[in-house]
Design a protein. Structure first.
Length: 185
């Protein structure tokens, strides 16, 4: 019986999250109410509050999960130092982001005191790059290079979202020209 309950919980939470993301695609976060989420998910208020304190808690949980997944990808990216590994991992990351485009763009629309995923993602990119640079060489320009890296990667993601027909391989090759010399990968 526990397995059925667990499956129902998983499905219910997935429904709530998908409904919330769907609403974010069409509305500003501040304009979304818990009632909007309930109506879209076709659930009652008690069910929602069983899993989330409010819409901010829902946003914070989604943000935390996104950041954990992003950190996992970045750890993989910075732990592989050959050019071929880097290209394979970069393709994997960009392909995954493109597959999750609606989800990512919806999350990036959330800007509260505790949740600002686009900004936090940029900070994570910068921090992970800087750690990598400082670990692998003494670089007085590590802060600058990591800021440049995070800015270009965020811009690349946004550009890919706006230009869906462009091949990820082509973008990765362009990035390789820019960052291999800088990061000595």
């Amino acid at each position: 019986m526990k397995d059925k309950t667990d499956l129902r919980v998983i499905k219910t939470k997935k429904n709530i999250r998908e409904s919330f993301i769907s609403l974010l695609c069409h509305k500003n976060f501040n304009d979304i109410t818990v009632q909007n989420i309930l109506d879209t998910a076709l659930i009652n208020r008690t069910t929602f509050y069983k899993y989330y304190k409010d819409k901010y808690d829902l946003a914070e949980q989604l943000a935390a999960e996104f950041m954990i997944l992003s950190k996992t990808y970045l750890d993989e990216r910075f732990n592989n130092t050959t050019d071929n590994d880097l290209i394979v991992i970069a393709k994997k990351i960009y392909t995954h982001l493109l597959e999750q485009k609606s989800f990512v763009l919806a999350l990036w629309k959330i800007e509260t005191n505790t949740v600002h995923i686009r900004r936090d993602f940029g900070v994570l990119l910068k921090e992970q790059c800087k750690i990598h640079l400082l670990k692998n060489r003494n670089n007085m320009m590590a802060d600058y290079h990591s800021l440049l890296y995070s800015s270009v990667i965020l811009t690349t993601i946004e550009w890919l979202f706006d230009h869906e027909g462009v091949a990820v391989d082509e973008i990765v090759q362009e990035l390789k020209k820019v960052f291999i010399p800088i990061l000595s990968l």
